[in-house]
Every structure is written in structure tokens, then in C-alpha cells.
Design a protein around this ligand. Sequence first.
Ligand code: ZN
Length: 249
Amino acid sequence: MSVSRLAELIRERQPCVVLTGAGVSTESGIPDFRSPTGLWAQFDPFEYGSIEAFRRDPRKVWSFYKPRVAMLTEAEPNPAHTALAELEQLGFAEAVVTQNIDLLHERAGSREVVEVHGSIRTSSCSGCGSRYELTRVLELLAAADAPACPSCGEILKPDVIFFGELLPPAAIDRAYELARRARLLLVVGSALEVYPVAGLPLETLGTGGELAIVNRGPTGFDAKASLRIDGSAGEVLPQLVDVLRPRRA
Ligand SMILES: [Zn+2]
């Protein structure tokens, strides 16, 4: 019932913008680092995930990131990513705003993806300003524990947002613009706890839009949502697309 109600909401309230968090990628085997059993519960984020730690000792931070980058590049999009890409192709989703850095929306076929926490697509050199694609960084990592800039020798930094770093202004501006214009914001796999992404639902609600949430467990916006489905993204979203897909005669 709730999936067909969500499909109705999406039909009625266009444009619809999707906001995704870690819950979309857990079924691809990527753990939610902020969960109580996640990585940041085992590793002190200020030792391994902060920009200060990186500036102090980039090799130490890479000793933590190297296996993580390998895991992210080996992960495959799951049915939630595929369903969201199809939602866009069917004309029911204008864009996906994501907190995830894993590139899985793009690899599943989504075209309008706004990555508010950056991504592993590139790494940059603070010494000379060069930027390198992931494939090149993986080559460098195959030969060393930390990738050194081929031009100047500085250790490269992945273009993901570390704790203590500003979010990419262009992506944040675009996310807020999309949220303000959305008549429906569909939140998937995020508990909406991390700002400024957690501010996006307020933008949508503030301009007369509505909120729908698909998430395992409660979120900070459950009371303000028109509809809430407690379930896994990989199960709910394919059912949703099944309802919205045009029937063949
Ligand atoms: Zn350099």
C-alpha cells in the first residue's frame, strides 16, 4: 500500500528530487561509517578522517584510506541505485543529491548526480594543483602505500570531504536550489543527521513542497514527512519503479 501511495505522490508532485545517504550503498557492501558499529566507531575520525590529520600525516591517513578505496572500487551498484537511475530515465526524478562518495549512482546510470561530500572520482595535489583520475590514483596506490604526485611528489588527497573541510560550494548551492524547487523531496537511506544536508528538507517544506522518506529506522524528519516507509532501499525502490513504469500493451 505505502509503495503505491509513494508512486502517487511522485506522479502528483513534480519535480521530485531524491536525496540519498549511506543506506543506499549498504546493500552494495559499503558500511555506514557513522553507524554505531561503523568505521568511525573503531577509528577516531580526528586521527584518520580530518583535514588536520591529513595535513599532519597524509601517509597515516592513506594507511586507513587505501583499503577503503579498494573496497569502494570493487563494490557494484545494487537494485536501489538501478531503480533511482530508472526513475530519472522515466522522467520522475530530476536529480539525485547524495552524501555518498562511492560513484555508484553514476555507475548505475543516473545522470544528474550532485555529490555534496565529494567523491573518489579524482584526487588532488596541494603542492602543484594537479588533479588525477581514480584509475591513475589506483595505479599509484598499487606501487606505494600513499599516492605521490607524479609532477611534484606531494601526497595526493582524495577529493572527498574530510571532517573540518568546507563542503564544495557549487554542489551545495545546486543541492539547495534543487531542494527549494522540488515539490517532493524523496529521502532514501539517510537519517538526516548530518548538516548541511539535513537542512535540505526544510528548504523543500519551506517552499510548499512535501517530504517522503524511505529508510530503515527513524529519521529527524519523520513527523514532517507526508509518507514514510521503514524498509531497505534495495527492496522498496524496485517495487516503486515497477508501479511507475509504463505498462506495455
Ligand atoms: Zn603536485
